[in-house]
Design a protein around this ligand. Structure first.
Ligand code: FAD
Ligand code: NAI
Length: 510
């Protein structure tokens, strides 16, 4: 009985600690302490973007050392791993948006934010061109901004490989408006398919949801969409049950090339069980308003062109550099061979420039363009800037002490100053020894639908652990909730999941 009592107390105690932690998180979010004002006399550090890379840099940098200015066309951080869940209403989009103003307001020294797109970077004169692309514009909608240091974290855009018809007819999945558009289109296709006197053929077309690209974006979206159908649509619109189909089209012989063979097989089997059609070795060549044309490589190596009528097309074939990055690449001779993004050295400095760094999806490195890489690069740059500031302060101290040493006539004072200089010089040498950026891969996770996830985890000295299924899904959920930055967003995501379990997803069209 005493063991039972002990466990009760332990559980009760842990719950109290958990609640206390939650309450403190909420209080801290709501009550930021006073900030020191921004100091324009300090070196101006401009950070472009409010995504994974830039925000992780902002979180760790000591803003007292620089005049920090952030520029981004969106005034929030987007938690992209849960974006596929917004396309079906499993998660509401506001639950995965973190207002940038809240993040900045929690810094010790104020940070200036301009909601704008950087359209041009002049690396020689060290000036940026900014444009306000939002709906409401003031008298000034375009201006310039000089910088001393620049960090480029503008991410990437969707690639279409110039395939005809994709840009005009497909939906993409990168930003909040993309997810909203897909959510609306799914319901539009369904309501149109059930319109009076709709022909059988047209109805089948409208209910054919095609995803092109078998990378993690395509797979996660296909899984979410099939869940929506199985758990809600089938119930509320039973007349579409036989005709609603999800197809995943991939040019390579299998989906998810970055995962281990075992997890690829598991995903493909789960999709088959869930009746998601996988078309591998199928490369889309052309898209029209209602049809996809794709080239299939058959087992004997011969090729055949097939036609796939579709209602909704979601295009997820990876990344291409944004126009501001492409433009900068043309201005720097050392970037002549760059294709995937800005080439950087081991310290993330953009090759061919000084005082300009790039991180995340806009930088071409040996790592995959993931949130994990961008976050670690942001943390690395924060350490770099904090160290640079410390180094500069030490150099100024040493110069000042040297002047004092020259000015004094006393031998004892000279000796004391020399000892102090030596101590500071030692610290300076240590802090100047900055290591190059090193990425630690913690593994890959993906949701594949029907309450199942896959995980390729790395731990210790490069040891690997693969896991899949419903327990992995619980792990996936807890990992992503814990990664949401604020207590508010963690709670919103949990509440969305509970809401869907209790009431199902909302099938109204916005
Ligand atoms: P982003 O996060 O894309 O941020 C770029 C920022 O730059 C944005 O704020 C944008 O508004 C801003 N910007 C754009 N143009 C300009 C401009 N001209 N001037 C100024 N600012 C500009 N990775 C994982 O590791 N795990 C996952 O589970 C995962 N899931 C994903 C799911 C989806 C649907 C998608 C699309 C991606 C996912 N990723 C995941 C990849 C991950 O989101 C990216 O690798 C990551 O966002 C890259 O971070 P970033 O900071 O480079 O760019
Ligand atoms: P991706 O580059 O990973 O995959 C795109 C896929 O599209 C490739 O497999 C490619 O073969 C295929 N493809 C290209 N052209 C095609 C065509 N014409 N027809 C048919 N198939 C074609 O792109 P994705 O999924 O958008 O991911 C981008 C980045 O974001 C990756 O680095 C990925 O790891 C990361 N990400 C990670 C997630 C996770 O860890 N859970 C989730 C989503 C994205």
């Amino acid at each position: 009985a005493s063991v039972g009592k002990f466990f009760w107390r332990l559980t009760y105690g842990s719950a109290l600690i958990g609640l206390g932690y939650l309450a403190y998180g909420i209080y801290e979010d709501r009550h930021p302490v006073d900030q020191h004002p921004a100091d324009p006399s300090k070196k101006t550090l401009v950070i472009l973007g409010s995504g994974w890379g830039s925000v992780s840099l902002l979180k760790k940098i000591d803003t007292e050392n620089y005049n920090v200015v952030v520029i981004s066309p969106r005034n929030f951080f987007l938690f992209t791993p849960l974006l596929p869940a917004c396309t079906t209403g499993t998660i509401e989009h506001r639950s995965i948006m973190e207002p940038l103003r809240n993040i900045l307001r929690h810094k010790t020294a104020a940070v200036t934010f301009y909601e704008a797109e950087c359209t041009q970077i002049d690396p020689v004169n060290r000036v940026l061109t900014l444009r306000d692309n939002s709906e409401i514009k003031g008298d000034i909608a375009e201006t310039s901004l000089p910088f001393d240091y620049l960090v480029i974290g503008v991410g990437a855009q969707n690639t279409t490989f110039g395939i005809p018809g994709v840009q005009e007819n497909a939906c993409f999945l990168k930003e909040i408006p993309d997810a909203q558009k897909i959510r609306t289109r799914i319901m539009d296709c369904i309501e149109t398919a059930t319109f009076k006197d709709q022909t059988e053929e047209e109805r089948k077309r409208l209910l054919h949801m095609v995803v092109v690209g078998g990378g993690p974006t395509g797979v996660e979206f296909a899984g979410e969409l099939q869940d929506f159908f199985e758990e809600d649509l089938r119930k509320w619109v039973p007349e579409i049950s036989d005709d609603f189909h999800v197809s995943l089209v991939e040019a390579l012989p299998n989906v998810l090339p970055m995962f281990s063979k075992q997890l690829i097989n598991y995903t493909e089997k789960t999709f088959k069980d869930e009746k998601i059609n996988i078309h591998t070795k199928t490369m889309v060549k052309k898209v029209t308003e209602k049809t996809i044309f794709a080239e299939v490589t058959k087992a004997d190596g011969t090729k055949e062109m097939i036609e796939m009528p579709y209602g909704l097309l979601v295009w997820a074939t990876g990344n291409a550099p944004r126009s501001v990055v492409r433009d900068l690449m043309t201005k720097i001779p050392a970037q002549a061979k760059a294709r995937r993004g800005l080439e950087v050295n081991d310290y993330l400095v953009v090759n061919g420039t000084e005082g300009i760094w790039a991180l995340g999806d806009c930088a071409a490195t040996k790592y995959a363009p993931t949130a994990q890489v961008a976050t670690q690069q942001g943390q690395y740059l924060a350490r770099l800037f904090n160290t640079m500031a410390k180094t500069q302060a030490l150099e100024e101290d040493i110069a000042h002490l040297e002047e004092l040493g020259h000015a004094t006539a006393s031998i004892d004072d000279k000796k004391a100053i020399a000892t102090e200089i030596e101590a500071k010089a030692k610290t300076l040498r240590r802090s100047k020894r900055l290591m190059p950026f090193q990425y630690t891969h913690q593994g890959s996770l993906a949701y594949i639908g029907s309450d199942k996830a896959i995980a390729d985890l790395t731990f210790g000295d490069g040891n690997n652990l693969t896991s899949s299924g419903q327990l992995t899904y619980l792990f996936w959920r807890s990992a992503y909730v814990s990664m949401c930055f604020s207590t508010r967003n963690k709670l919103l995501v949990i509440m969305d999941w509970l809401k869907v379990k209790m009431f199902g997803r909302d099938v109204s069209r916005e």
